[in-house]
Design a protein around this ligand. Structure first.
Ligand SMILES: NC(=O)c1ccc[n+]([C@@H]2O[C@H](COP(=O)([O-])OP(=O)(O)OC[C@H]3O[C@@H](n4cnc5c(N)ncnc54)[C@H](OP(=O)(O)O)[C@@H]3O)[C@@H](O)[C@H]2O)c1
Length: 178
């Protein structure tokens, strides 16, 4: 099976994605979008992101990267490296027999840093805030990526303005055109 790795992230204008423990905003539309984008897929996440979510997300596999060989948690599949996470995600996808071929790179900062170079697509929510926080999304090299869609969401009440942006790796586009 040919699989794709898709990074799904909500990032502030200063690239901050979290305070190390939690998210820094509440965007109801984004939660819905993330659910739609990720349903039926393995989610590859760092152990700290797993801790911040605290439970497996229904309809998806929670593949948790940790260096702790003893680590376990109910509803989580432990992985010791990105290759191990992808292999375990492939096994899970094959069991599902849905034809789904996407793995989601689900964060946080350390896992995006590790896996972005292997991603085919980035589904980004860019939030017009600039909070402090140690966890960041890496810079995107725009010689490697092309923005293929953007949808603007204006501010409303407590919800800051934000936009949904899809980036595809340039060579992925070329291979689709050919
Ligand atoms: N805005 C968003 O879209 C978004 C998405 C996800 C997360 N977040 C936020 O991001 C923050 C967490 O990010 P973070 O960078 O602090 O942590 P993280 O990436 O979630 O997890 C880091 C942990 O992953 C494990 N790990 C890292 N590299 C590894 C490797 N090469 N092999 C095996 N295991 C490895 C280690 O676990 P052990 O220490 O157990 O060995 C490490 O401590 C939270 O605030 C969360 O809310 C935001």
């Amino acid at each position: 099976m040919t699989t794709k790795l898709v990074a799904v992230v909500a990032m502030a204008s200063n690239r901050v994605i979290g305070d190390g423990e939690d998210l820094l905003w509440h965007l109801p539309g984004d939660l819905k979008r993330v659910k739609q984008l990720t349903m039926g897929c393995p989610l590859i996440m760092g152990r700290k992101t797993w801790d911040s979510i605290g439970r497996p997300l229904p309809g998806r596999a929670s593949i948790v990267m940790t260096r702790d060989e003893q680590w376990q948690a109910q509803g989580a599949i432990r992985a010791s490296s990105l290759d191990d996470a992808i292999a375990k995600g492939n096994a899970w996808l094959e069991e599902q027999q849905t034809g789904e071929n996407r793995h989601i790179l689900f964060g946080g900062g350390q896992i995006y840093e590790l896996g972005l170079a292997r991603c085919d697509v980035i589904e980004m929510t860019e939030v017009d805030l600039a909070p402090d926080g140690p966890a960041k999304f890496p810079e995107i090299d725009m010689t490697q990526w092309r923005e293929v869609s953007q949808e603007e969401v204006p501010a409303s009440g407590e919800v800051p303005s934000h936009r949904f942006i899809r980036y595809e790796r340039v060579n992925l586009l070329i291979s689709l055109i050919r």
